[in-house]
Design a protein around this ligand. Structure first.
Ligand SMILES: Nc1ncnc2c1ncn2[C@@H]1O[C@H](COP(=O)(O)OP(=O)(O)O)[C@@H](O)[C@H]1O
Ligand SMILES: [Mg+2]
Length: 314
């Protein structure tokens, strides 16, 4: 069975998509893992990063996106999708390399935002079954379309929200990773998110499950894998090498999360945003000054290794 992981934070711009992409690529590149990325964000940045905008548009027109998993519930189609919504060998821009042949993607489209609204409003029959069914659509698809057993890891890139679409990712996941930028807002936000996932979303699913469901979909418990520091600013005067501001907030996050704060930390770096824009894993840029020169490819590789150990233990 695949280990399924949600990358989540209700703040945007913290590097969720960047991290999801590099983590997935690292698992494939260095661990020969079979990885499926699922874009759950209607903004579709992961899909565009992997596929390029023109190919993404073609796929959206052909209705080969994650949206299809949700459409039957809101009455927009009658049939549940099969595996054809998976785009194989999803990193399109590194045709020179076979290192990432085992990385596949289920893309998203902008319409997923409308689908989210319709999902909230839609109910079918028994209220409890209905609440359960709408949150376990992704779980069901992974099982019914025989997707799960084809991968070692399934990674969900979530939107900055904890509504029904994200709840589907959490319901399907064994674990979740919270990327945080060391800022004041995160000191309150990340614990709130973790509590919400545990007591709000996961506990609620369990309660719904025990009240009787029609289908025997497997819904795993969802554990925190760890908190990942992203976009930490270096070159400051502080001894840590980080800016004063980030040093202070990092110390506070360390106190708050202890061993759940996973090292190494990902610095802010133009090479990282550039690689993402280009749809290229940082591991392929070891020869450049702003990636290799700063050891950023190694940082991502080591972080991938550290997280893999935790994910495998779930
Ligand atoms: N470590 C980093 N250094 C520099 N820029 C980054 C880094 N991580 C992310 N970014 C940039 O920040 C922006 C937001 O990142 P993204 O991963 O899309 O965040 P989210 O998915 O949380 O909204 C993107 O333009 C991305 O290239
Ligand atoms: Mg994102």
């Amino acid at each position: 069975m695949a280990k399924r992981i949600s990358i989540i934070n209700f703040k945007g711009g913290v590097g969720k998509t960047t991290f999801a992409f590099q983590f997935a690529a690292g698992l494939v590149r260095y661990h020969d893992a079979r990885v499926l990325l699922i874009d759950m964000d209607h903004q579709s940045s992961l899909s565009i990063v992997c596929l390029t905008a023109p190919e993404w548009s073609t796929i959206v027109k052909a209705k080969l996106t994650v949206n299809e998993v949700f459409r039957p519930f809101i009455g927009q189609t009658s049939s549940f999708p099969d595996k054809t919504i998976i785009k194989q060998r999803a990193i399109k821009r590194i045709s020179y390399s076979t290192n990432y042949d085992k990385l596949d993607l289920v893309p998203a489209s902008l319409q997923l935002d409308d689908i989210e609204i319709d999902l909230t409003a839609s109910h079918h029959g028994n209220a409890i079954h209905s609440e359960w069914d709408k949150r376990t659509l992704i779980c069901r698809w992974l099982e019914e379309a025989n997707v799960d057993k084809e991968y070692d890891y399934i990674i969900f890139d979530c939107p900055p929200a904890t509504k029904i679409v994200s709840q589907n990712a959490i319901a399907a996941s064994h674990g979740y990773i919270i990327p945080v930028v060391p800022e004041a807002v995160m000191e309150r936000g990340a614990p709130h998110l973790a509590a919400m996932i545990k007591d709000g979303i996961d506990a609620r699913l369990k309660a719904l499950a025990s009240l009787g469901t029609k289908r025997k979909t497997h819904v795993p418990d969802t554990e925190l894998v760890g908190v990942v520091i992203t976009r930490i600013r270096t070159h400051g005067p502080a001894q840590s090498g980080y800016t004063d501001d980030h040093t202070r907030h990092l110390a506070s996050l360390q106190r708050q999360w202890g061993t759940m704060l996973i090292e190494p930390y990902i610095p802010e770096g133009t090479g990282i945003s550039q690689a993402l824009d280009d749809g290229v894993p940082v591991y392929e840029r070891s020869g450049t000054q702003n990636i290799g020169g700063r050891g950023l490819n190694k940082i991502y590789q080591n972080l991938t290794d550290a997280l893999k150990v935790r994910v495998d233990a779930l």
